[in-house]
Design a protein around this ligand. Structure first.
Ligand code: NAD
Length: 335
């Protein structure tokens, strides 16, 4: 099938090309992110392959459909960037990679927790400057701390298993409790109780209309003073301005982000010789107790291999009019 691949980085090209020998699709790579400005590049391509920050709103989907596209193949699990009702009306099929390596994201989550707690980044910079002082590097032991996991799907479940090994007390909130987590000793409680009782809160639920700004002023007000907040899910789960106020007051003691609500224009690019125009992000980067990584939690060899294989297989299913287990239907967003 003719596929226009957007937001291509060298690693996407490498893994997709390597595995495409078994599928034989005609892949054309574009470095551009899919936006109103770049959508014309997809003209005549039956399939468009996109990533987490490509824009698939009604206007762009309409242009794609008018220009002959029939399949949108996401190279990611989250699909909050796609206007699914519009895709459905236009008769566009949307497929994704629901699971490529929950371990990749879960392990990065724990890396953020550990780096924040033991101040690994600060310590490393200090030692490189010849400063071996321990002032300001005091950490705490994870053993016995209460961690609240919001969403115990594929990724949240692995986070629970890892943190069980640290002997943490585990709370979780999820409309669909996992028997596997319950057997690990995870206690399911309301989100209100989880936010009030946890020393560390980590977000693993999808971004949906009902989870937009799940972490807001009101929720933060009931958290423990000095709480650690981790988000490796989707940026807009957090009201970033509310979190900045809480960092300034000390209510939030640590913040670890792999995603940011306005990341689309910034993440995945080398802007090291440019001015950052996003004042909210710039403010976040000034706090010593904040670590931001640029949406890299998924970024492991295993995950990239699985993304490439599943994406190519999804495209083949569509091409051969076979049922695709990874098709996104409107039922999925309606729950
Ligand atoms: P999943 O669908 O397996 O699990 C999500 C869980 O969240 C489900 O159990 C669901 O019932 C639960 N949930 C839904 N609404 C909730 C709410 N209001 N409160 C609590 N729980 C709720 O998804 P997953 O594979 O575990 O991925 C989780 C998220 O991680 C994805 O939505 C995606 O946005 C993000 N993600 C990020 C990266 C990265 O590189 N940073 C990579 C992959 C996925």
């Amino acid at each position: 099938m003719n596929v226009a691949v957007f937001s291509t980085k060298s690693f996407d090209r490498m893994f997709l090309q390597e595995h495409n020998s078994s599928y034989g699709h005609s892949l054309v790579f574009f470095e551009d992110r899919l936006t109103e400005h770049s959508v014309s590049l997809a003209a005549g391509f039956e399939a468009v392959c996109v990533f987490a920050n490509d824009r698939l709103n009604r206007q762009i989907l309409t242009t794609l459909s008018d220009n002959g596209t029939r399949l949108i193949a996401l190279r990611c699990a989250g699909f909050n960037n796609v206007d699914l009702p519009a895709a459905d009306e236009l008769g566009l099929t949307v497929v994704r990679v629901p699971e490529y390596s929950p371990h990749a994201v879960a392990e990065h989550t724990v890396a953020l927790i550990m780096a924040l707690n033991r101040k690994v980044c600060r310590a490393n910079s200090r030692v490189r400057e010849g400063n071996f002082s321990l002032e300001g590097l005091l950490g705490f032991e994870l053993c016995g701390r209460t961690v609240g996991i919001v969403g115990t799907g594929r990724i949240g479940k692995v986070v629970a298993k890892i943190l069980k090994g640290f002997e943490c007390a585990l709370l979780a909130s999820d409309p669909f409790p996992s028997p596997e987590c319950e057997s690990l000793g995870v206690s399911y409680v309301s989100f209100e109780r989880l936010s009030a009782q946890s020393d560390i809160i980590t977000l693993h639920c999808p971004l949906m209309p009902h989870t937009y700004h799940l972490i807001n002023d009101e929720v933060i007000s009931r958290m423990k003073a000095g709480v650690m907040l981790i988000n490796t899910s989707r940026g807009a789960l957090i009201d970033t301005k509310a979190v900045i106020e809480a960092l300034k007051s000390g209510k939030i003691g640590y913040l670890g982000l792999d995603v940011y609500e306005e990341e689309a224009d910034v993440f995945f690019e080398d802007l090291s010789d440019k001015i950052i125009h996003d004042d909210v992000l710039a403010r976040l980067l000034t706090f010593p107790n904040v670590i931001v990584t640029g949406h890299q939690a998924f970024f492991t060899q295993t995950a990239l291999e699985n993304i490439a294989k599943t994406t190519l297989s999804n495209i083949t299913d569509f091409e051969k009019s076979q049922p695709c287990p990874n098709q996104i239907t409107l039922e999925l967003i309606r729950g």
